[in-house]
Design a protein around this ligand. Structure first.
Ligand code: NAD
Length: 419
């Protein structure tokens, strides 16, 4: 994704202009404060493999850098920069005392054994150790990383520092001082924004159709929440393709997951136990899923899935941008012209970093928060911020994305200026 960073800079500059942000501040925000590129010597069963790794510390005017680590064979420095800038803006939007950062390792984790994955995660921390810590930079999981990987990293950090520091990483497992509800947090945050959006669109959940691209941590937990609330999930996909419910009755994500676990992919049949319906359901490609005439389209996989090439074929009424940078800047104006409402990534997927911040607080105070507490605090933060964005969007007659960026910049800019 070569131009993903420059596309996000376009968004930054246009929102900064509208918000009347000082040029000096905007210029500072066009560059990350620090970037590290490291080569990790991974000893695999087939011999030594040198693996490229990144950490971008974008801006820490509001607090220590914070952002996930992605394992993907196509991740590049531009994408990590873009994601780190988005974290900076997202944390400011939600008034979290955190800066923005992001990391990546250029690897297809599906090709590694568990032992190799552990070694790679430990090497990442060893190599970039001086950059990390609760007052410096606090990593978390992202695409193809999970609580197991974060536990390995957190334990490696403790080993190197010679003391237990649970606040150095978030997204840890419960047995390693993680927080209840972190796994569901991003999907659930998206669900809370969807509830509000559905009200604004004057639709009832049971008459709202949804298509979801991506069935990992974010897509799956989002699907579970919307299914429970009565929305009709009519298509779901992962990297290998997906399934479409031709009758639009709605599918249970748990059934899709069980079938995926059995077959290794989301097939064209809808199976409950051993009974499969292959007549009313069919296989659908990722490309076709994005072009379905649904009420809500949810890209929850990788960045750039809606771009110049396919934007004219998008027929959804609204888009909930769960994946970071799912919609290219160029495609945005076309969606606007088509009057497609877009809930931007920095709002729709903020549940992850908000609950990560709760985990950090829980660890600082050495407490154990309940799921009920976590989810009710999360819901309030999302609803309050959405209300602020919505009112600015109406006042300035700008998109929700621009309104969200303006609000974030208004919080961030004075802190940068102060410095
Ligand atoms: P994940 O690794 O758990 O799942 C990724 C999913 O995307 C998988 O189902 C995979 O099969 C699918 N996928 C990969 N390539 C695809 C392709 N080309 N087409 C369709 N599907 C594809 O990752 P995740 O944590 O669910 O993250 C998804 C998105 O949400 C990312 O953009 C991430 O940055 C963003 N996000 C995640 C979190 C979090 O807490 N995990 C927080 C904020 C934002």
């Amino acid at each position: 994704m070569k131009d993903s960073f420059s596309q996000t800079l376009n968004q930054l500059c246009s929102a900064a202009r509208l918000a009347g942000i000082d040029n000096t501040v905007t210029t500072i925000l066009t560059k990350p404060q620090r970037e590290a590129i490291s080569w990790l010597p991974l000893m695999t069963d087939k011999g030594l493999k040198m693996v490229r790794a990144y950490r971008v510390q974008y801006n820490n005017a509001l607090g220590p850098y914070k952002g996930g680590i992605r394992y993907h064979h196509e991740v590049d420095i531009n994408e990590v920069r873009m994601l780190a800038l988005l974290m900076t803006i997202k944390n400011a939007l939600f008034k979290l005392p955190l800066g923005g950062g992001k990391g990546g390792i250029v690897i297809n984790p599906k090709t590694l054994t568990k032992k190799e994955l552990k070694q790679l995660s430990q090497l990442y921390v060893q190599s970039l150790y001086p950059m990390f810590g609760p007052d410096k930079d606090i990593p978390a999981p992202d695409v193809y990383t999970n609580e197991q990987i974060i536990d390995w990293m957190s334990n490696e950090f403790n080993k190197l520092s010679g003391k237990l520091t649970p606040t150095a990483f978030t997204g840890k497992s419960l047995k390693n001082k993680g927080i209840q509800g972190r796994e569901e947090a991003t999907g659930l945050g998206g669900f809370y924004t969807l509830l509000e959006l559905t009200k604004k669109l004057k639709k009832r959940p049971r008459e709202t159709t949804i298509a979801i691209q991506g069935f990992g941590n974010v897509g799956y937990h989002f699907a579970i929440a919307v299914y429970k609330a009565g929305y009709k999930i009519i298509a779901v996909s992962d990297s290998k393709g997906g399934i479409l419910d031709k009758r639009k009755r709605g599918m249970n994500p748990r059934h899709i997951k069980q079938d995926k676990l059995k077959k290794g992919l989301i097939g064209g049949c809808y199976c409950i136990g051993s009974v499969c319906d292959c007549f009313n359901y069919q296989a659908i490609s990722n490309k076709k899923l994005l072009e379905l005439p649904v009420d809500i389209l949810v890209p929850a996989a990788l960045g750039g899935s809606i771009n110049k090439g396919n934007v004219l074929h998008i027929k959804a009424r609204a888009i909930l941008e769960m994946a970071n940078g799912a919609i290219n800047y160029d495609a945005y104006s076309k969606l606007e012209k088509k009057k497609i409402t877009v809930v931007p990534d920095i709002l729709a997927n903020a549940g992850g970093v908000i609950v990560s911040y709760f985990e950090y607080q829980q660890n600082l105070k050495n407490e154990k928060w309940t799921k009920t507490k976590v989810f009710s605090l999360l819901e309030k933060r999302i609803k309050d911020t959405l209300a602020d964005i919505w009112s600015l969007h109406q006042k300035k007659r700008c998109t929700l994305r621009t309104a969200a960026w303006i609000l974030a910049l208004q919080i961030l800019a004075p802190k940068i200026k102060q410095r």
